[in-house]
Design a protein around this ligand. Structure first.
Ligand code: HAM
Length: 491
């Protein structure tokens, strides 16, 4: 009998599927963690990510920037040529591998070099200049993890390519500052100019004269920088190097006339739109492609609440502590505490007029910035409790099978006007209202057997604990009204 054969086949399959799995060796059955310095973004952070990313997208469009997305993987040579082979990023922090075809690829540590490559590849030189682009996505640097510093992080960036006018420096800076103003994050803008290749040649000589007699007192990295990357001597955060910096030559004293004029005009434009800034000659940036204007943006916040500090994943401890043999966990803890005191930049950028040519394109002036979204989210979390910024939501609760069916329908009707949550698989009303409380919803609709029969529903104000019975057909109108009043009350 075919049905019998079919049934027994299903049974056999079920039996094989439900057979208990063979006992795994202990080491393999232990739960895996994310790679060290990388983290999961969970629903409790959703509201903060939404606020930051939607503001970034809205501002980019409002300022007329076009969206670009480049691959997460690029050829290693892009970053060696673009970011610079003596930078920390290229020397120590990239995740690179050879693929099966022998290509040397890297997870992108930043996006500017890739955008410059795309500008060349897609003939954007032939478009009306300047070309204005924005992007948002993950980046990877194998840095030592600490508060606000991850091995995978996200940036919102804008790039303006094809024009050297100083108004564009002011434009991108004003766009970054508008982002922080809209999010009500108090920040300070630190400005500097590192000049062009010509003014920098003389400046590097001055740095060598100043630092060579002090060489033995510098940290190990700065001893190397003295030979190959002198500008970075100015922004080393090691205490002994900070102390030695007293009296060091300043970039702004060595600008040629053109670079000085360019910088003064950028500052005048910022004054024009009332954007305050500090001149900070220690801002030199860690990537080689910069020239002229460079800037960083710092949070103006006392000390983030310890409770809100991002947790550093402890995973892969063995593997990483082996490869990071110089880094003891004690040292890492100390650097966490240091990060609390010395605030990390929320964003940074500048002009990079030589990058497109360096990557094989024509001479193309350009300017841009990137903002680190993990850091923005961390600051938002310290400033605004999730409950104060959460969008008010509605919960649909039901009692009995007929009510459950009605609730499913209602969910789909009401979601067009308000965000709706429900726990339709639950039977008891108490359990459902507990979930509604946990989810911090503003109102709940309750439908039981009685309500199904007499065509009504209960609206419960979850804050006040007050309930009212309304006609089922009037629910959309009543709910819309309540949420509109709520919105008015919040604003
Ligand atoms: P950057 O200064 O290397 O610049 O990075 C910009 C921002 O990304 C930093 O200020 C910080 O907020 C965030 N960030 C960097 N590294 C990490 C990390 N390990 N963990 C968490 N956040 C991090 C650039 O990337 C340039 N591409 C900016 C630019 C665009 N210049 C011109 N156009």
């Amino acid at each position: 009998m075919p049905s019998k054969i079919k049934k027994s086949a299903v049974q056999t399959r079920l039996q094989t599927q439900t057979r208990p799995p063979a006992q795994l060796p202990k080491a393999q059955s232990e739960p895996l963690q994310t790679p060290r310095g990388m983290r999961d973004i969970l629903p409790q952070e959703e509201i903060f990510w939404k606020i930051a990313t939607s503001r970034a997208a809205e501002l980019s469009s409002a300022f007329g920037y076009g969206y670009i997305e480049t691959p997460i993987l690029e050829h290693k040579s892009l970053f060696v040529r673009g970011v610079g082979d003596v930078t920390d990023i290229v020397q120590k922090e990239m995740y690179c591998f050879k693929d099966q075809g022998g290509d040397e690829l890297c997870l992108r540590p930043e996006g500017t070099a890739a955008v410059a490559r795309a500008y060349i590849n897609h003939g954007m030189l032939n478009l009306p200049q300047p070309v204005k682009l924005w992007y948002l996505g993950p980046f990877f640097r194998r840095e030592r993890p600490q508060a606000g510093r991850y091995r995978e992080f996200h940036q919102w960036s804008v790039e303006v390519l094809g024009d050297e006018h100083p108004i564009l420096d002011a434009e991108v800076i004003s766009l970054a500052m508008a982002f922080f103003r809209d999010l009500e994050i108090p920040v300070t803008l630190e400005m500097n100019s590192i000049g062009c290749l010509e003014c920098r040649a003389g400046f590097k000589e001055e740095l060598a004269k100043f630092y060579t007699p002090k060489r033995e007192l510098l940290c190990d990295s700065c001893k190397v920088r003295l030979g190959s990357n002198r500008m970075r001597l100015l922004d080393c955060k090691e205490p002994q190097c900070e102390m030695l910096r007293e009296g060091a030559p300043q970039t702004t004293d060595h600008l040629c006339d053109k670079c000085r004029d360019h910088f003064i005009r950028v500052l005048e434009y910022l004054d024009e739109v009332s954007i305050p800034y500090n001149l900070n000659t220690q801002i030199v940036r860690g990537l080689d492609y910069y020239n002229r204007t460079v800037f960083e943006i710092f949070p103006k916040i006392e000390k983030p609440e310890a409770a809100n500090l991002p947790k550093i994943p402890e995973s892969n401890e063995t593997e990483n502590s082996l490869s990071d043999s110089a880094v003891s966990s004690g040292e890492e803890k100390a650097s966490d505490e240091k990060a609390l005191g010395q605030q990390s930049a929320l964003g940074g950028g500048g002009r990079y007029d030589g990058l497109v040519a360096q990557l094989g394109g024509r001479d193309t002036a350009a300017v841009g910035f990137s903002i680190g979204l993990e850091r923005v989210v961390n600051v938002l979390k310290t400033l605004k409790p999730a409950s104060s910024i959460a969008v008010p939501r509605l919960f649909v609760a039901q009692l009995g099978e007929a009510a459950r069916r009605k609730a499913l329908l209602l969910w789909h009707t009401l979601r067009k006007d308000v965000p709706v949550v429900a726990a339709l698989s639950k039977d008891g009303l108490k359990a459902q209202l507990e979930i509604a409380n946990r989810l911090n919803v503003r109102f709940a609709i309750i439908i039981g057997q009685k309500e199904v029969l007499d065509g009504t529903a209960i609206i419960r104000d979850m804050e006040a604990g007050i309930q009212e019975v309304v006609d089922y057909n009037r629910l959309p109108v009543e709910i819309k009204k309540k949420f509109a009043e709520e919105k008015k009350a919040i604003s």
